[in-house]
Design a protein around this ligand. Structure first.
Ligand code: MLT
Length: 328
């Protein structure tokens, strides 16, 4: 075949692929969308993914199916999501740990949070609450700090793996409190809270959405919330300022990402569906009842998330370096 014919065939092929691509984007989605949650079921990331996924599915006319892929503080599931086919049928719920803190803690992490994704948007802010088992002999935050200082590694703390939000934020808390507990890794804070309910764990630092119902029901103790103001979801839980540890202030966030190379108009449809979910009264109520903080205005969408990820990576990198915490 002559060179000219080959070139013509290649051009026809490329034009066909482009028009097929945009037709795909126009009809997207024609089947269910998988959302990888990089932690166990029942934890904050899972809960948020299920709530917004249900609403996004209604907007886009297809089901959003949750796949829990836990391990290595959330980095196993996110690495799987980053390597998935970039067609909009696999996306993932990342968070402050997987896309902010983890890169500073793992030398061989398999993805770059600011390069390997198409950001869709922040789904919810999640203030940190210091919680403990109900019968732990420390009733206030000050009593907890005193007990942890005295007990050393006789006290145990549950977290969701190195790099997770619970690990990162309790590392900060332990330093400030002078605590050196036994730190017990789990596949997510869903199982952490289950073991706390079974009196196997003393305390944890968890995102509000995973603990609000249990604290309200009185089945676990909420010592303090690490924000400036109390949460309407936990009006009886004091802020860390009220409870005597004013420098401990930290909130996490959960956000949707698609793999790098997902067509822009597909990402735009996902961003729009997330936006509609976050404006939907019933979805807002479900998130807010659990203490989730809904992003508004400029905090929504992919462009904001892209710059926010960079800020978070830098913030945690500096914080760990300042604290002498080295990557594994
Ligand atoms: C989870 O869903 O289990 C959490 O987001 C884990 C964490 O990062 O602490």
């Amino acid at each position: 075949m002559s060179q000219n014919i080959l070139k013509t065939l290649a051009a026809i092929g490329a034009a066909f692929a482009m028009s097929a691509g945009s037709a795909d984007a126009q009809t997207y989605p024609t089947r269910a969308v998988t959302v990888i949650v990089p932690f166990a079921a029942g934890g904050p990331t899972d809960v948020i993914a299920r709530i917004v996924g249900e609403a996004m599915g209604k907007t886009l006319g297809q089901q959003f199916i949750i796949e829990n892929v836990a391990g290595a503080g959330g980095t196993t599931g996110i690495a799987k999501g980053a390597a998935a086919t970039a067609d909009g049928y696999t996306i993932m719920m990342g968070h402050m740990g997987t896309h902010g803190a983890a890169p500073a803690l793992y030398k061989n992490i398999k993805y770059k949070p600011d390069q390997d994704f198409e950001p869709i948007g922040i789904a919810a802010g999640t203030p940190i609450v210091i919680v403990g088992r109900n019968n732990y002999p420390a009733k206030t935050l000050q009593e907890l700090v005193a007990k942890l200082k005295a007990d050393g590694d006789k006290a145990n703390e549950g977290h969701a793996g190195v790099g997770s939000v619970s690990f990162t934020t309790c590392t900060m808390f332990n330093v400030m409190a002078g605590a050196k507990p036994a730190r017990v890794p789990y596949t997510g804070t869903g199982p952490v809270i289950n073991d706390m309910l079974a009196d196997k764990l003393d305390y944890a630092c968890d995102q509000i959405v995973s603990v609000a119902s249990q604290v309200r029901a009185g089945t676990i103790r909420g010592y303090a919330i690490a924000t400036d103001k109390r949460s309407p979801a936990l009006p009886d839980v004091p802020t860390t300022t009220e409870a005597g540890l004013p420098d401990y202030k930290v909130s996490a966030w959960n956000a949707l990402f698609a793999p790098k190379g997902t067509p822009k108009d597909v990402v735009a449809k996902l961003t729009d569906a997330l936006d509609k979910a976050l404006s939907d009264a019933a979805t807002r109520k479900r998130l807010e009842d659990l203490g989730g903080v809904i992003p508004e205005g400029k905090e929504r969408g992919g462009a904001h998330l892209a710059s926010f990820v960079k800020i978070e990576m830098d913030r945690w990198d500096k914080a760990f370096k300042a604290g002498g915490v080295m990557p594994n």
